[in-house]
Design a protein around this ligand. Structure first.
Ligand code: C5P
Length: 223
């Protein structure tokens, strides 16, 4: 297989991009970066500092310079440390997820995260997943994919994920949050979620993660 250097995977909430991206990276022996973590990290730190999330200037100041460090372990997985503290375990709560899509609309926050993402892309052999990887962060990515699934399927997956984490959540609440996050991500002025023209489209309804990875490997082999 003619292996590309950067694989860009974009898609909406719970389209499967993180699980699939990670498996794909393992299969190819690439690094894996879920760029949502970077936005979540800034949001977590802003929430912990009691910042008003509608105060864009404060958010931009908080993001410059980046208040955390990113490193990859030998398995290609990322670690996030802020002032020596591992913050990865704290970024996945529903509260942080919801707040993140509000922080991610701020241009200055996106600009602050761009050089780091581009540096990681330049180092190569990486699967990067997010909302704007193929359109803004790495428009020249060797291979671009847009993963999606119906909003019912994505709600079911996200709900199940929260149950598996032992969180008590209402299905309706998960559904409303997903619709709101989709709306904010798709409608924002800066780097909105959309399929890059040259991205392959893959709908994952009814497919297992392994089946999606297999489909991507086939697309890669035929690209
Ligand atoms: O993918 P994840 O759910 O972790 O992303 C959290 C939020 O971060 C998204 O809803 C989106 O608002 C933002 N995000 C973004 N651009 C990216 C990755 C994530 O705007 N490349």
């Amino acid at each position: 297989m003619n292996q590309p250097i950067v694989i860009a995977i974009d898609g909406p909430v719970a389209s499967g991009k993180t699980a699939v991206g990670r498996l794909l990276a393992q299969r190819l022996g690439y690094k894996f970066l879920d760029t949502g973590l970077l936005y979540r990290a800034i949001t977590l730190l802003a929430l912990e500092s009691g910042l008003d999330l509608s105060d864009e200037q404060c958010l931009v100041e908080m993001a410059n310079p980046l208040p955390f460090e990113v490193s990859f372990d030998d398995a290609g997985e990322v670690s996030l440390f802020a002032s020596g503290r591992d913050i990865a375990p704290f970024v996945n709560s529903p509260e942080v997820a919801e707040a993140t899509s509000r922080v991610a609309v701020v241009l200055g926050v996106r600009m602050a995260l761009l050089p780091l993402q581009r540096q990681i892309a330049e180092d190569g052999r990486v699967v990067m997943v997010g909302r704007d990887i193929g359109t803004v962060v790495v428009p020249k990515a060797s291979f671009k994919l847009y993963l999606t699934a119906s909003s019912e399927e994505r709600t079911r997956r996200r709900y199940q994920e929260f149950l598996n984490q032992g969180r008590s959540v209402e299905y309706r609440e998960v559904q409303e949050q997903l619709i709101q996050r989709d709306y904010r991500d798709e409608k924002r002025a800066v780097a909105p979620l959309r399929k890059a023209k040259d991205a392959k489209l893959l709908k994952t309804d009814g497919l297992t993660e392994i089946e999606v990875v297999q489909s991507i490997v086939e697309l890669l082999e035929n690209s």
